[in-house]
Design a protein around this ligand. Structure first.
Ligand code: UFG
Length: 328
């Protein structure tokens, strides 16, 4: 298949691109490089530098490259940031998404896999969270992703757009080639590892008064390679002509891990003591986000291969060490 991956130079997008190329697909990455990295795009994929708000550039790329399906990752994606700058999230995630849909319609491309998020659920009423549970986002990031999921459903009814929305829980870990490289970094695991490497003075734990086993937030960390595989499988299901639209959680399920458990695991793996300071809660953070992942396993056959937290953190750590050696 000829596949366009918007946001394919970012952390998750670059691993998806790698997996698609490894599976024999032809991949065109469309990325404005605002947060992505040119060198994260695997050599066998093509990079087109462009913004999803630029409908003309999108149309041209879809047409000239003969695109058959799209993976839409390009987004603003930080919970805390979205609370302080909601306008940007609506513009990038909703307006940008609609610009993509208009371009796809104009060029008769009607298959899409959308990068959605567990943040659409907000503070869950029960865990694990199932796909049909109520959605009530507690931050503009989740709100804008949900708005686009719903736009997709209306586009399917009106224009026959076939799509899968994948609601990611917490992507973590690295492939041998691509890992998490944000600037500034806000995600827990890379921050903890930076502290272990002595690149940051300490880790600030955002609140320890949540109703969880140790008072810190619980998250469901899914290895980025498993997440990438979910996209490949979803694209293949759409190509086979499966359901016209479907929503799936992508997480490992189980108990999830608290912030303190992540820090403890990182200390064991790195052999370094990690200084920790307690800070206030971060606005918009739900206490517990753990996926019910039965649907994607039952319908698409996805079972995570890298569930162990230590293995996930270990892959990030190895990638960080290799990246630093290469830069030295
Ligand atoms: N945390 C800290 N200190 C830090 C950073 C994070 O205590 O310095 C805590 C957060 O409060 C949260 C947990 O660690 O409880 C994980 O935080 P991340 O920032 O790593 O990830 P989020 O859970 O906020 O968000 C991630 C993605 C979102 C996605 C969400 C779904 O960034 O896109 O997972 O679970 F929506």
């Amino acid at each position: 298949m000829r596949i366009l991956v918007t946001g394919g130079a970012g952390y998750i997008g670059s691993v998806i691109t790698e997996e698609l190329v490894a599976g024999g697909h032809q991949v065109i990455v469309f990325d404005n490089l605002a947060k992505g990295h040119r060198d994260a795009v695997v050599e066998d994929a093509e990079l087109v530098q462009g913004d999803v708000l630029d409908g003309e550039a999108l149309r041209r790329t879809l047409r000239e490259r003969g695109i058959e399906a799209v993976v839409h990752m390009a987004a603003d994606s930080l919970v805390g940031d979205s609370v302080t700058d909601p306008g940007r999230y609506y513009r990038t995630n909703v307006v940008g998404g609609l610009s993509l849909l208009a371009a796809m319609r104009a060029e008769s491309v009607n298959r899409l896999v959308f990068s959605s998020t567990a943040a659409v659920y907000g503070e869950p009423l029960k865990v694990p969270i199932e796909e049909d549970d109520p959605t009530s986002p507690t931050n503009p990031y989740g709100e804008t992703k949900l708005a686009f999921e719903r736009a997709l459903i209306w586009h399917e009814r009106a224009h026959g757009l076939r799509h899968v929305s994948l609601r990611y829980f917490n992507a973590a870990g690295a492939s041998a080639r691509c890992g998490e490289r944000h600037d500034p970094e806000t995600h827990l695991i890379p921050l903890v590892l930076q502290a272990a490497l002595g690149e940051a003075r300490e880790v600030v734990v955002f609140g320890d008064d949540y109703p969880t086993r140790d008072g810190t937030c619980v998250r469901d960390y899914i290895h980025v390679l498993d997440l990438a595989r979910a996209h490949v499988i979803a694209l293949e299901a759409l190509a086979r002509g499966g359901a016209p639209h479907r929503v799936y959680n992508v997480g490992c399920g189980g108990e999830g891990y608290t912030v303190r458990e992540v820090i403890d695991a990182a200390q064991r793996i790195t052999g370094q003591a990690i200084p920790v300071r307690l800070g206030p809660r971060r606005p918009g953070d739900p206490a517990v986000l753990v996926a019910g992942s039965a649907r994607i396993e039952r319908e698409l056959g996805l079972r995570p291969r890298h569930q162990d937290l230590a293995a996930i953190i270990g892959s990030s750590f190895r990638w960080m060490l290799a990246a630093r050696r290469a830069a030295a």
